[in-house]
Design a protein around this ligand. Structure first.
Ligand code: ISJ
Length: 363
């Protein structure tokens, strides 16, 4: 079921927006000069609406650059004065949130590691309670959509209505080309649960490398996301953190030039009619799929009963392995994605075994 929290659209707190919300700026603020120079270059591109700069950096291991600290807030204020851009930073505890509010920053965001801790989120919610702060929440490091939703509920209960979700990917559990696993289905699930919540994508943290940023950003727009938070540094090769994923302001402009922004809807009647016809066909096919699945389960049930009478285990590894191999080959010949076929039959098999054991264990 959808969750009805009172959430303002981005335009409410950023009336000048006429395009997707692009938030850009360095991973970390390093010096006043670096902060200002990068900001001035970004401000020339009118597609960048908000300037970001990390001041407190949660790092996986101690010893790497952990941020310049509170002085960075002053640099952000100077950037806003000089360029007119709204400014924001990450807050990871109550004290950060207090300082950021006191400095009058326009946007605060909660990082992935903090979102994973309901205590930290609650502490921050208590600090911003009753203000008209704009608070963005990155997904928790683990793909737990309820934990992400819970963070919005805590902020909403504190009276915050200017909320935005940031998709930055999830800690990979196996070797991947990306730094963080996008797991787009968690974003689809968040959209389903909270349809009025704006969602933007952070391709820098998903990709971890410049070369991946374009594909991830385009995919985000194809999925209907409202914008990007993307790291930009005047000279990424000298950056004190995340060197490989930052773009110069010039390269960021080139990336934005190439992106195709799609609409969630269209007024084109012909398109709507055609879409409806095709969707009707999908509805009919889905019915067939489920009827077929139901017949399959019925046979598995009979097998379960038969196994019970003959005292044979429900799970049969040999048959399962042989079936999987054949289905994968068949799927390939039908132009279906390997992963889809594999997951589909893993699920079907799991449920088939569950059902058979239920039959077997019944008195
Ligand atoms: C249906 C059976 O039981 C289990 C379920 C299977 C299935 O759903 O295809 C396959 C192997 C068994 O682990 C069977 O033994 O054939």
């Amino acid at each position: 079921m959808a969750l009805e929290l009172e959430i303002n659209p981005i335009k409410h707190w950023l009336p000048q927006i006429n395009n997707p919300l692009i938030i850009a700026g360095p991973c970390s603020l390093e010096t006043e000069e670096q902060a200002m120079d990068t900001a001035k270059q970004l401000a020339k591109d009118h597609r960048v609406f908000v300037y970001r700069g990390g001041v407190w950096k949660p790092r996986t291991r101690p010893g790497s650059f952990e941020g310049i600290g509170s002085i960075g807030l002053k640099w952000l204020q100077m950037v806003r004065e000089e360029t007119g851009m709204p400014v924001g930073t990450e807050v990871a505890n109550a004290q950060h949130a207090e300082e950021a509010l006191k400095a009058g920053l326009d946007v605060l965001w909660i990082g992935a590691r903090s979102t994973a801790s309901p205590f930290v989120v609650q502490e921050i919610a208590d600090v911003v309670r009753g203000t008209d702060a704009v608070v963005m929440v990155k997904n928790p490091v683990n793909p737990d959509v309820q934990l992400w939703v819970g963070a919005f509920e805590r902020l909403s209960q504190a009276g915050i209505k200017n909320l935005v979700a940031i998709h930055r990917g999830f800690t990979p559990f196996r070797e991947t080309e990306y730094r963080n696993y996008p797991n787009w289905k968690t974003v689809i699930e968040l959209r389903r649960i909270m349809p009025n919540l704006p969602i933007i994508c952070d391709p820098s943290h998903i990709g971890g490398k410049r070369e991946y940023l374009y594909d991830i950003s385009q995919k985000a727009f194809d999925m209907g996301m409202e914008g990007l938070m993307i790291e930009s540094h005047r000279d990424p090769s000298c950056a004190l953190s995340d060197k490989e994923q930052q773009l110069t302001p010039t390269d960021l402009a080139k990336l934005l030039d190439r992106l195709i922004i799609r609409n969630v809807k269209t007024d084109n009647k012909l398109f709507e009619n055609q879409l409806e016809l095709l969707r009707n066909r999908i509805d009919a096919l889905d019915r067939e799929l489920l009827e077929t699945l139901s017949s399959r389960m019925e046979i598995a049930r009979q097998i379960g009963q038969y196994k019970k009478e003959n005292n044979v285990t429900a799970f049969q590894v040999g048959r399962f392995a042989e079936l999987m191999e054949k289905r994968m080959k068949l799927g390939e010949s039908l132009n279906l994605d390997r992963n889809l076929v594999q997951l589909l039959f893993q699920h079907i098999h799991e449920d088939s075994v569950r059902m058979q054991t239920e039959i077997m264990d019944k008195e």
